[in-house]
Design a protein around this ligand. Sequence first.
Ligand code: PEP
Length: 250
Amino acid sequence: MVARKFFVGGNFKMNGSLKEVETIVQRINDAKFDGSAELVVAPPALYLLKIQGELNPPAQVSAQNSYTEKSGAFTGEISPNQLKDANVHWVILGHSERRSLFGDTDKLVADKTKAAVGAGLSVIACIGESLEERESGKTQAVVERQLEAIANEISESDWKNIVIAYEPVWAIGTGKVATKEQAQETHEQIRQWLAKKVSQSTADETRIIYGGSVNGKNCTDLSNAPDIDGFLVGGASLKPEFIDIVNSQK
Ligand code: PEP
């Protein structure tokens, strides 16, 4: 059996002033970690470099988005090559807020993923179904469609640089966390899909993390599921309980 290093990402979204974000990062720096988790935090882009300079390694920063192109007339965008140039090694792509509010289609997410791994970045690739899709029994079909779009654009070896974040849309920011059984079921289906469509070693090695209303109370139970390899955390990443989530692997 392959040991997958537990992975926790903190997605600050568009929250916090510089001072507030620095306070959160200071709390992370002061915390005691047992070292079993890989930790990545994603502050707003404006604060990335400052926070990168202040965050104690081995914790790393991540961007919350990047574009498909290396450079050019794309006002407001950041290229993966610029992130790489600035020593930012991670980017979150396909977050449901990007998909629902900013028009990131499956194809655009896949193209962004291809550009990011091509530039040498690691990607937290977000997938997940809406409440309506879950209630109509389409969860597996939706996540497989989103994965397929990505798989069509990247090679087998690129999956080494991808962490899959399963984030049911109905659980994001709602306080309605998936049960351990719900999350495990979908994570297992994702892993089986990877085995079938990419390779067995990719399925064994790829971290599949859960996101959606994870907090200091529910993280330990979720982390016990065999196919949950960590978390992507929104709201709780801004709070002291984030430290408990990072340390939640048993
Ligand atoms: C997220 O935005 O990725 C997320 C999981 O948010 P929250 O933890 O607030 O539900």
